[in-house]
Write a protein that binds this ligand. Structure first.
Ligand SMILES: Cc1ncc(COP(=O)(O)O)c(C=O)c1O
Length: 460
């Protein structure tokens, strides 16, 4: 129970500190600084309790793709709440928004994906995909095919199995036992390639998929259920795999009868300029997960697209027992699905994917001069996903000492200068603005990033 005074515009911070447990937050540090309390938002700008406007350089968490304060999305939610706010989809109950959204998403997805299972977010989507992959092999009479191979530096969520499938060190160690049967493979991280630097993606064993193939052989193809991969690794540092990596992974999976789960929780619905990054690369996964951009974050929504084959198996009249014993209270939530439909309609009506392409080129031009800064080791960009890797030594690619927390310092400086951005692991700065960002706002964001890098230099 709260021991603090009730919230007023001036005491939000105090009441927050007294009651609110924040995800991914150092609470002792937060107490020494103060939470940033956002009371309103318009377009690409957030407004804090003191009325300060801050550019939303991360679109929340790669989420608010159409920007804040959209009347069409608000109206879609309002109308659906007034019509029927909730029905459970368990046992075959349904609602028009869930039905229509499933159809729309199947239409937009790479060919060969035939059905959608709705959830509330990315972790649930990946948990579901892993369960469906394992179920496929159980039903096929091969229950020992249960291992999931996840990539180093991949991020797939923080629920049960997905915490273990997230291959980033800081997420491990505090929470007791890890999920079994998750195995790691190197990431196609050319700047710091496990197979050696400099990395030639044409011949590198990691980038060509042969490291993955060796891993499958080591584990035994008869024990591997699935490989999971992000088309662009987001939280692991905006690692952009060389062109062809996803296709190589698909081919390796096919050779070893392993299912491919492509995690499009960030890339789905336009962030790299197409509805789905796998579709743009002409790769059809067996399971494709999405969340975030499907509703631009206005309501929690996510899902899993399943291949025609998996969908047919789920509907097989001969399957005994036929029940899919998996689901969530909010699977197919009518309000969330109504917002998803309005979000897709807006992306189409406003030519948003073309705008992403334009903004991608503009942003690339603006970022170029940052490469000259001595701290900027590499700038990676895929559509409106940018990672700026800060290093202590450009020649050797040596990182800054961890306790310097240079990336976080830069992000803090940027916040003071009016840009909300994130310092990811290993001092990698991330920019991932809403798709509706103007050229002027893009320029402002990049200027602030440059100034913040310079302002956090140690005096020599
Ligand atoms: C690629 C990817 N997968 C899964 C997730 C987990 O999504 P959620 O936080 O909605 O559970 C995230 C979240 O950032 C993500 O970036």
């Amino acid at each position: 129970m709260s021991k603090a005074t009730p919230s007023t515009s001036s005491s939000y911070a105090e009441t927050d500190l007294a009651n609110l447990v924040h995800p991914l937050t150092d609470h002792s540090r937060l107490a020494a600084t103060a939470p940033l309390v956002i009371v309103a938002a318009e377009g690409c700008e957030l407004i804090d309790e003191r009325g300060r406007r801050i550019l939303d350089g991360s679109a929340g968490l790669w989420t608010v793709n159409l920007g804040h304060g959209r009347a069409d999305l608000v109206e879609a939610a309002r109308r659906q709440m007034a019509t029927v706010a909730y029905v459970a989809t368990f046992g075959g109950v349904s609602s028009p928004p869930a039905i229509e959204l499933a159809e729309r998403i199947v239409d937009l997805a790479p060919p060969g994906l035939g059905g959608v299972f709705f959830v509330s977010g990315g972790s649930e989507a990946n948990e579901t995909a892993i369960k469906l992959a394992r179920r496929h092999w159980v039903r096929d009479g091969r229950p020992e095919k249960a291992v999931v191979i996840a990539h180093d530096r991949g991020y797939h969520g923080l629920a049960g199995v997905t915490t273990t499938a997230t291959r980033l060190d800081p997420y491990h160690g505090d929470f007791g036992p890890e999920a079994p049967q998750i195995v790691e493979v190197s990431a196609p991280y050319t700047y710091r390639c496990d197979a050696g630097v400099p990395c030639d993606p044409e011949t590198c064993p990691v980038c060509t998929g042969s490291a993955l193939e060796s891993r499958i052989r080591e584990v035994g193809g008869d024990r591997v259920a699935a490989v999971v991969v992000e088309p662009v690794f987001g939280s692991g540092g905006v690692i952009v795999p060389p062109p062809g990596y996803l296709r190589a992974v698909r081919e390796v999976c096919d050779r070893h009868e392993v299912l491919l789960i492509v995690d499009e929780v960030i890339t789905g619905f336009g962030r790299t300029g197409s509805w789905f990054a796998s579709g743009a690369q002409e790769v059809t996964p067996d399971l494709l997960t999405f969340a975030k951009g499907v509703s631009s974050g206005y309501v929690p929504l996510g899902g899993v697209l399943v291949s025609d084959q998996l969908w047919d198996e789920l509907r097989d009249p001969a399957a005994e027992p036929g029940f899919l014993m998996h689901g969530f209270t909010h699977s197919g939530h009518p309000v969330a699905c109504a917002v998803g439909l309005a979000n897709i309609a807006a992306i189409e009506a406003e030519g948003i994917l073309d705008r992403v392409e334009e903004a991608t080129a503009t942003l690339a031009g603006l970022l170029e001069p940052l490469s000259d800064l001595p701290e900027v080791g590499e700038i990676r960009q895929a559509g409106l996903m940018v990672g700026i890797e800060l290093v202590a030594d450009k020649q050797t690619r040596a990182r800054f000492p961890k306790d310097l927390t240079r990336g976080r310092q830069v992000a803090d400086q940027a916040r003071d200068r009016g840009l909300l951005t994130r310092g990811l692991l290993d001092d990698i700065l991330c920019l991932a603005p809403p798709f509706t960002i103007s050229d002027e706002q893009l320029a402002r964001a990049v200027t602030i990033v440059g100034e913040s890098i310079v302002a956090t230099r140690q005096p020599v």
